[in-house]
Design a protein around this ligand. Structure first.
Ligand SMILES: [Zn+2]
Length: 258
């Protein structure tokens, strides 16, 4: 059994701490800064075992060096991706034993947000960095739309009850965009109200589940007639494949901010 907690960091990042139940040992996922992690570890008397990284962006790696200096930790991350202090490079298909207290982690290659990006799957929990977000997906910052589409297709094949631990609190903005794409999708309307309630209670909107994403995330719904129609309207042309719909949605999302 594993316990996961979110450490809010920077503007809207979450650093995930994965703890083996009945143990003080924790893994640190994507530390974009060190201070809030050190504070949580100290306050809760936790013992960091390793750092797991999904991709090289500064808001996922800037805490690595200070944490390694303080705790002498191994750093797991993707191959060829310039992760500071990396000791163990990972690529799919691979199962990695971090430490005997923890189950093995399965590695998935999910490029698109960046050209090289991995996810960690353990006990039905997916740590997917900036690839799949609650209600949305990552921007194209190095990878291609086709890569990101294929990565999301790969994630769609996971069990529906998979818990999604992504790296940012973008859920409400993502869902407002989702409603623009699918104005008649009542599941999106309901979810917006649910997330607003969480925000009012100072709670976070994560983790999400794959099932909920299937119902409300337009980037996983590129075969739905209303999504196709809206994407075609944005593109001003007929879109004849789901990947074309996805590419148009991603471009549209880049222009959309509340
Ligand atoms: Zn990123």
């Amino acid at each position: 059994m594993l316990k996961v907690q979110a450490i809010p960091a920077l503007t809207d990042n979450y650093i995930w701490l994965i703890q083996a139940v009945d143990s003080k040992d924790v893994l640190i996922v994507d530390p974009g800064e060190a201070e809030p992690v050190i504070k949580a570890l100290t306050e809760q008397h936790l013992k960091p075992i390793a750092i797991l990284n999904t991709h090289y962006h500064h808001d996922h790696v800037d805490g690595i060096s200070p944490l390694v200096e303080q705790y002498q930790l191994p750093v797991f991350g993707p191959e060829n991706a310039f992760i500071p202090k990396i000791t163990n490079t990972l690529t799919a298909p691979q199962k990695v034993t971090i430490q005997p207290d923890f189950p093995d982690f399965e590695i998935l290659n999910i490029p698109g947000h960046t050209a090289i990006h991995i996810a960690y799957l353990v006990n039905g929990m997916l740590f997917c960095g900036d690839t799949l977000f609650a209600g949305g997906c990552g921007k194209l910052l190095g990878g291609t739309a086709k890569q990101l589409y294929q990565s999301l297709q790969q994630l769609k094949n996971l069990p529906k009850d998979t818990q999604i631990y992504c790296s940012h609190e973008y859920t409400l903005t993502n869902l407002q965009f989702a409603l623009l794409v699918e104005p008649n999708n009542t599941a999106i309307k309901t979810r917006i109200e649910d997330v607003k309630t969480l925000v009012k209670q100072n709670k976070i909107s994560l983790p999400t589940t794959l099932k909920l994403e299937f119902e409300t995330n337009p980037f996983l719904r590129c075969e739905q007639p209303e999504v196709i129609q809206s994407a075609q309207q944005f593109a001003g042309t007929k879109l004849t494949s789901p990947v074309m719909v996805f590419t148009a949605l991603r471009a549209w999302r880049d222009r959309f901010w509340f």
